[in-house]
Design a binder for this molecule. Structure first.
Ligand SMILES: [Zn+2]
Length: 482
């Protein structure tokens, strides 16, 4: 008996319900029998692998190497950097027993790895000749969470964390800016998610950092989503963990360290940004499957299947990530819906009549049903060469749609009441001259739920903070956030 594909609720009605439904129905994730944890299914893992590949290539191009450090951190080490431990303490999970033995010292499951890596850097770095150290780790981390929202909020999550050590503050600052730009590029040019780069306010800063920078995306419900961060740690961790080097002049100096990370949260941003009522829409550069070929058999279809397999082989040879859906017992309509749900950018349909006419029907997932250009007939002997062009068009179209949304929902105001209303109503990225005072930020948050997202470079565009009337120091985005 033919299965029918469960419908998902419309995206515009309730983003949160749509999001949960699409994550499960598109088989990205499954609920785990452990609270706060998630099973990443093969299709979800395929997305993660695409993100990994794009990031990893850029990390290596910018001189970094991968390494791996332990999952467990002894409590006595974790507590050395006071601000850091204070920031993370409420969400650390602890191992207290091994086998049947109670441990003499509790072990933290890493919430992040500055500590364990700092300890190793102290051992590895002796002289200025050992610097810079440029290492990235691909890992899971754990931050105790009561709520579970796929990719956005889970106790255990996958990420990468870069950790570098430098001779000077300037070099560390350059590293932090370089990696923030890598994140912007991957978010925008690969995931098709437009972002704002900027510095976090003091209260939103990473625990133990001097400066934290972020990229911030805007989701369709008007909430911002912090998609990656890059931190100047100053000499704070170097002092706490004794990361020193002998300088050229023989003096003993503390290193300047940085850390930066992007997690599978980025996939959450991608899903919410591009998805529609039919399911996911994956930008081609992120798509585990770029093209799916669906034969539409009628009567004797052996010639049709031969041609479909031939087409599949030609796509593979051309370096495309392609699937042939020749499963018997499922109607083409069912298959179309299923691949639409999974967001595969291009579908090639080929029926007996197409075969006679020497064409295939190419269907673009970025276009709405019956929208101009959604379907086109392409000669069979040209289709493989034509697909990369279409994939590029889809990549750009998805980004352009998201960019139009972000631009349209970036709103400026100089009026206090309007500002508070915009914050409450989730108007979008609310762009105001801001004083930089923690008390002002807290007042906005208490009243509206909105926080500073990040601070733009350059001076404010007016002299007075729109939120409180004190002198303005920065131009800053406010929004409610995930
Ligand atoms: Zn203010």
């Amino acid at each position: 008996m033919e299965r029918t594909l469960d419908r998902i609720p419309p995206k515009s009605a309730d983003l949160s319900e749509w999001y949960q439904a699409v994550c499960y129905r598109a088989e990205l994730v499954s609920q785990a029998p452990v609270r706060g944890c998630l099973v990443l299914r093969p299709y979800g893992y395929g997305l993660w692998e695409r993100l990994q590949a794009e990031l990893d290539r850029r990390f290596k191009e910018t001189g970094h190497e991968n390494a791996y450090f332990p999952l467990l951190i002894p409590e006595s080490l974790l507590t050395k950097e006071a601000e850091h431990v204070e920031g993370f303490a409420p969400e650390v999970a602890w191992v207290t027993e091994g086998g049947s033995e109670k441990l003499a010292e509790r072990l933290a499951i890493r919430p992040t790895s500055e500590v364990i890596i700092g300890v190793m850097y102290a051992e590895w770095i002796q002289s200025y000749r050992d610097l810079p150290v440029l290492i990235n780790q691909w890992a899971n981390v754990m931050r105790w969470e009561k709520r579970t929202r796929p990719f956005l909020r889970t106790a255990e999550f996958l990420w990468q964390e870069g950790h570098t050590a430098h001779e000077s503050e300037q070099e560390a600052a350059e590293e932090v800016a370089r990696m923030l730009e890598v994140y912007r590029e991957v978010a925008e040019d690969v995931c098709g998610v437009p972002v704002y780069k900027g510095e976090k306010s003091a209260s939103e800063r990473f625990a133990g950092a001097n400066h934290t920078f972020s990229i911030e995306a805007l989701m369709p419900d008007g909430r911002a989503l912090q998609s990656a961060t890059s931190h100047e740690l100053g000499q704070n961790f170097a002092r706490a963990y004794d990361i020193t080097y002998a300088a050229e002049d023989q003096t003993e100096q503390y290193c300047w360290t940085t850390s930066w990370g992007m997690s599978w949260r980025m996939l959450g941003a991608l899903i919410m940004t591009h998805g529609d009522d039919r399911g996911l829409r994956i930008p081609p550069r992120m798509a585990p499957t770029e093209v799916v070929i669906v034969p539409i058999p009628r009567g004797d279809a052996s010639a049709l299947y031969t041609k479909a397999r031939e087409l599949y082989g030609a796509c593979k040879d051309a370096g495309l990530r392609v699937k042939l859906d020749d499963r018997p017992g499922q109607s083409p309509g069912y298959k179309f819906n299923e691949w639409d749900m999974r967001g595969v950018p291009v579908r090639l349909e080929i029926g007996n009549r197409d075969l006679d006419a020497g064409v295939a029907t190419l269907v673009r997932r970025d276009k709405a049903v019956k929208e101009d250009g959604q379907k086109q007939q392409v000669p069979l002997d040209e289709v493989v060469a034509f697909i990369p062009t279409v994939l590029e068009q889809i990549q750009h179209n998805l980004f352009a749609q998201a960019k139009t949304f972000l631009t349209g929902r970036t709103v400026a105001t100089l009026d206090r009441d309007e500002f508070y209303r915009m914050c409450t109503e989730r108007a979008g990225m609310i762009d105001i001259p801001w004083c930089g005072l923690a008390s002002c930020e807290a007042a906005v948050k208490d009243t509206t739920g909105a926080t500073t997202r990040n601070i733009q470079p350059g001076p404010p565009r007016a002299q007075i903070c729109v939120a409180c009337g004190e002198p303005a120091r920065y131009q800053t985005y406010f929004a409610q956030s995930y």
